[in-house]
Design a protein around this ligand. Sequence first.
Ligand code: G3P
Ligand code: MG
Length: 344
Amino acid sequence: SQVQDMSSVKTAAAKNMAFAFDIDGVLVHGDRLIPQGKRALEILNGDNELGIKIPHIFLTNGSGKKEAERCQQLSGILGSPISTDQFIQSHTPMSALAGYYNTVLVVGGEGYKCREVAQEYGFKDVIVPNDIYAADPTISPLREHFTPEQRATSNPKDFSKVKINAILVFSDSRDYATDLQIIMDLLQSEDGVLGTRAKDPVSQRIPIYFSQGDLLCPTEHPTPRLSQGTFRIALETIYKSITGVELERVVYGKPELATYKYADEVMTSWMETIHNEVHLPKNIYMIGDNPASDIVGGNMYGWNTCLVRTGVYQGEGNDKQNPASFGVFNNVLDAVMAALKKEL
Ligand code: G3P
Ligand code: MG
């Protein structure tokens, strides 16, 4: 019948669309739910006129926790199951670097969590700044606190005998003074050995990677807070001022291309998981709150972009520099409903 035809056309359309959700400022603020996020996910998980799951992944510049831990936490807040197979944090694609670097300095995050994240990614020898500080507190004269817990979870050794192959900034620095100092020491060292000084600042410099470049991050605070991008800018400026040369670095996360390519792979395999079909849906909607990461990246990658007003962006019309291609919405539910209306 006509009704059946109509519904099979809509079912096909539902499998040929997908959503990529930003998390902070779209679905949650820190650990607090943005209420429309809960309903949006219920709809996509099957509570819709077709009774079908509409593919969606989560693409966040968030960081600092194991994927499984963060998914469990978000599932609780949002009231919908979120699988690690549909979830990309800023540092998730950096797991590929484990094949290249044996000994790494992992910077940022709460306590020793990023050490565990890196170990889970397969990095064999993971050093964190607290290990280095514990071995020699004079390395960071501006540091005032080293808690008993930090001491207990640090792994001091004679770092003059250790070659660090790369610096990986996974998450926000909790101690700019110590982290910037240690990174500067390493960047100026001979092939990553602390206490040495490179003769040539460029050829003997070890590489540095950042998991994302956002300047601002929406949190529980009324206005957005500084994020990893500001730490990077501080480091770049210090490095250039002291050495006279530009710091070469690699940045992951939105809006970097590598992250969107990775998202395509995750989206394709998620399609197989939920619909047993191996193809990338054609019409992808990115819902984000930050024009300078979510929207510009999605636009460059040919996705339909939706800017919401619940996070970093608070403006009236569309963003001037990076306008969202599908429009501006008051919240994530409005964006999801508009996309479903267009496609189905
Ligand atoms: O900017 C830091 C990070 O928390 C942003 O996360 O989900 O908005 O990409 P998200
Ligand atoms: Mg966001």
